[in-house]
Design a protein. Structure first.
Length: 367
């Protein structure tokens, strides 16, 4: 009789748990998008970064003139067919990598000519040089895609720079960049949210395969070396998409262990599709050409040769297609661009910081 009573009690308890949503059987229609909110906030950590390149299966559509073929080895052979002293051949070309302004472009550079590009309308206009997004939005500003779209280094799946620049995102602490969204009541619609960019201190939590980053890990904020990288943004969420107002921003992205590089991005803004486990979308703005070139040349000439990317020739393609922030002589110093970013949900631990008082970046702090 006692065992029967216990059985009946257990069945009754299961029924209560089921109807309240506390058991394994969930009958309530809860808002899954708020499941990871904690004190009206949610955090995400970067897991993947790629320069945004729109590709079709047909190369002739993207690059009717083919891919760039003048890499370091090809230009060296054309300039010095008989070789010569190291000082005036190899060292001269390596010096030009560091000081590309010393000599104008000497070889033709192939630009992407397709009408479609991934990116955002940064200036609120529709101009003759703008692209159309893959979803049909006009006025897309991404002149950087014009420069990289027909360069094998940046094209998937074999582009060496796209591949290896992304590999350090998960393994190198310098690149452990997070965002925390606060004042959030729903990840579907919220008129006023605050977004803070931090660097994390901890390894990423991997799933059972060891290949993907699992949501639900935790990250402590780096308030020592990462304090100057903290940035504050205002934004909104509409239909599950976070958009932020532009700021004078930086985004740390080292692609080689010995060269901790930081991209300087004018009018930087985020456009991310949010869920309770991920945030995926774009970091867009006008990337400073010199900071980008430092990012690129942290790779050796040997590595750049894999995709036939001659650094000094590439520099002049950047300068010729730069479309914003003119210097005192009227030369443009920044180029419209977009970075495809993937993030996974994390719990951000403020062990040494007050999340309600983010450090305000200034233009000088980036330098």
């Amino acid at each position: 009789m006692k065992s029967l009573s216990n059985r009946a009690y257990g069945m009754a308890l299961c029924a209560v748990l089921a109807t309240t949503g506390l058991g394994s059987t969930r009958l309530v229609n809860a808002d899954e998008t708020t499941s990871q909110l904690r004190d009206r906030s949610i955090g995400y950590v970067t897991t993947d970064l790629h320069w945004s390149v729109y590709q079709t299966p047909n190369l002739s559509v993207d690059c009717p003139d083919g891919l760039n073929g003048n890499g370091p080895r090809e230009t060296f052979k054309a300039l010095f067919p008989q070789g010569g002293p190291v000082e005036t051949t190899q060292l001269a070309r390596e010096g030009l990598k560091v000081f590309p302004q010393d000599k104008q472009a000497q070889f033709p550079y192939i630009l992407a000519k397709g009408p479609v590009a991934i990116g955002l309308n940064l200036d609120g206009k529709v101009g003759p040089n703008d692209f159309v997004s893959p979803t049909g939005e006009t006025g897309i500003n991404n002149q950087f895609f014009r420069v990289i779209g027909c360069n094998a280094q940046f094209r998937s799946p074999d582009g060496q720079l796209q591949l290896f620049a992304n590999k350090l995102i998960r393994s190198f602490g310098f690149d452990r960049i997070m965002i925390e969204i606060t004042q959030v009541d729903s990840l579907v619609n919220a008129d006023n949210v605050e977004v803070t960019i931090y660097r994390g201190r901890d390894p990423l939590l991997l799933d059972a395969t060891g290949e993907k980053v699992a949501p639900g890990g935790s990250q402590r904020v780096d308030m020592h070396y990462g304090k100057q990288l903290i940035q504050h943004m205002h934004g909104r969420i509409a239909n599950g998409v976070l958009t932020t107002d532009p700021i004078e921003g930086v985004w740390p992205w080292a692609i080689y262990f010995d060269v901790p590089t930081v991209l300087h991005i004018h009018d930087m803004r985020l456009n991310l599709k949010l869920s309770s486990t991920s945030a995926d979308g774009l970091i867009a703005g006008y990337t400073d050409v010199d900071s980008y070139y430092h990012w690129l040349t942290s790779w050796s000439t040997h590595h750049l040769a894999y995709g036939r990317l001659d650094p000094s020739e590439f520099y002049w393609a950047l300068r010729q297609n730069a479309d914003a922030y003119p210097d005192k002589d009227g030369a443009m110093t920044a180029i419209s661009s977009a970075i495809t970013v993937n993030m996974t949900q994390v719990f951000i631990e403020h062990t040494d910081a007050n999340p309600a008082e983010p450090v305000q970046r200034t233009a000088d702090a980036a330098h």
